[in-house]
Design a binder for this molecule. Structure first.
Ligand code: ADP
Ligand code: ZN
Length: 435
């Protein structure tokens, strides 16, 4: 493998080179942030001045920035440049509440395209490739973010956008698509429709690489998707507040996502105490942008839970690796006092050969008690084999209880019977009475 073939020289930086660059960029960013009404006030209120931040360790003196801060200053209050210097606005998809606005200058967009191109290059994409993007275009950054990154690399791009699965498949076969970007739930859907239409991904397409991200998914889900589509799938992490896709990406080792430390300073903190967690432990990802112009964010609490993987990556990059996201702190289900992440349930379900990829967790109050139902689609019709169904339900329930410590009701449902969404999959429906 051409491991040493880096897209940018910064990719090959040693730790000390990275830290030196981060220190310089942090100082510049903090200085620049004083042009933001929000940060100017924050610094003043906390008795901080620009000269207090001269090392990476000094970062800890700066208060965290939260999603609430973005909402409170909606729409433009955190910007560090006048609006006339901005050339694009994105807003987060609002999965967890009101949308928030992120501004970009032309330079921000240029850096962003560069980061995405770097990620795609890292997993072997080259100008000869045909790149099809199944993301929604528009406010969701997965559309334009990948579009400009793939163009920067020089691939032939197919901006198919979300939905219309039959048309997506036609493009695969007609245009010889080799690289696809899709959210995991949609990648599984693509395969289902291929099967229905008698398309064999090995025989009838040139698909080679899949970029999957934007929502949590388990290692088993990835392997399943790889087997189904006969493709290599790389995990891609991003968020609108940081720019969009291109923040962290798996290399060809498929073992953790390199987060680009020439763009971001990474911290992992305990979400309750906000103190740093010991190395390698799971906590909330906190990111500081160090090369953004329009709207740099200092110590932004992402609410995503992950950990830094220890050790060096065989690919030769020293940029830290983030483990697969465990979910967001606000995705956590608290049921009967037990903390549960949907991804724990997915991990159990995806071990079962008989199950398809779609599931829905419903939380309800039944005679004043909280209860969980897990509906999961079956791959094939085995509804005539009642005893097999029962055994399977029992075994799934047992394994779920071992994992999440409560006993959910498991219901096996026919394929395609659960609601499908065009964007990120909805995995949890909370119908509990709020007391
Ligand atoms: P919204 O916050 O409204 O969903 P974004 O499009 O900015 O809008 O989504 C960013 C979020 O998506 C991240 O904070 C994270 O929770 C989730 N996410 C993105 N990529 C991944 C990934 N590879 N694995 C798990 N979660 C991801
Ligand atoms: Zn690597």
């Amino acid at each position: 493998m051409d491991y040493k073939e880096f897209y940018n020289p910064e990719e090959s930086f040693s730790r000390s080179e990275l830290e030196a660059l981060q220190t310089e960029r942090l100082k510049t960013t903090v200085k620049h942030c004083m042009d933001s009404a929000f940060y100017h006030r924050r610094f003043k209120e906390n008795g901080l001045s620009v000269s207090d931040i001269s090392t990476l360790d000094d970062l800890k003196k700066i208060p965290f920035t939260t999603k609430q801060d973005l909402r409170d200053t909606y729409p433009f209050g955190i910007a560090s440049v006048p609006l006339r210097e901005c050339t694009r606005l994105h807003s987060s998809s609002g999965t967890t509440g009101n949308p928030t606005v992120i501004l970009h200058t032309a330079k921000d967009l240029d850096q962003w395209a560069n980061a995405v191109a770097r990620c795609l290059w890292m997993v072997g994409c080259r100008p000869e490739d045909v790149f099809q993007n199944t993301s929604g275009y528009g406010m969701f950054t997965g559309g334009l973010g990948f579009q400009y990154g793939a163009e920067r690399l020089g691939m032939l791009t197919v901006p198919a956008a979300a939905g219309n699965t039959l048309r997506q498949l036609k493009f695969f076969t007609d245009f010889g698509t080799t690289v696809v970007h899709a959210i995991p739930s949609y990648a599984a859907r693509l395969y289902e429709v291929m099967c229905e239409k008698g398309i064999d991904p090995r025989r009838d397409t040139s698909l080679r690489t899949l970029v999957i991200g934007a929502e949590p998914h388990s290692e088993d889900t990835r392997r399943r998707i790889e087997d189904m589509l006969s493709i290599k799938a790389y995990n891609s992490f991003g968020m609108s507040e940081m720019m969009g896709p291109g923040v962290a990406f798996e290399c060809r080792e498929q073992n953790g996502m390199h987060i680009w430390e020439d763009y971001f300073i990474v911290e992992i903190v305990n979400p309750d105490t906000l103190e740093p967690v010991p190395d390698g432990e799971v906590g909330e990802l906190v990111l500081t942008t160090i090369n953004r112009e329009a709207m740099p964010l200092l110590r932004y609490r992402t609410r995503d839970l992950t950990r830094i993987l220890p050790g060096d990556c065989p690919c030769g990059r020293h940029h830290l690796r983030l483990d697969r996201m465990k979910g967001r702190s606000d995705d956590m289900i608290i049921l009967k006092g037990v903390n549960i992440f949907p991804i724990q349930i997915e991990t159990v379900l995806m071990h079962f050969e008989e199950l398809a990829s779609d599931y829905l967790i419903t939380l309800e109050t039944l005679s004043d008690n909280d209860a969980m139902t897990v509906d999961v689609e079956l791959k094939d019709m085995i509804f005539d084999d009642y005893s097999r169904l029962q055994t399977l339900e029992k075994e799934i329930t047992r394994q779920l209880r071992d994992e999440i410590l409560i006993t959910p009701k498991v219901r096996l449902v026919p394929k395609n019977s659960l609601p499908k969404s065009e964007g990120k999959a909805v995995r949890v429906k909370d119908l509990r009475k709020k007391f």
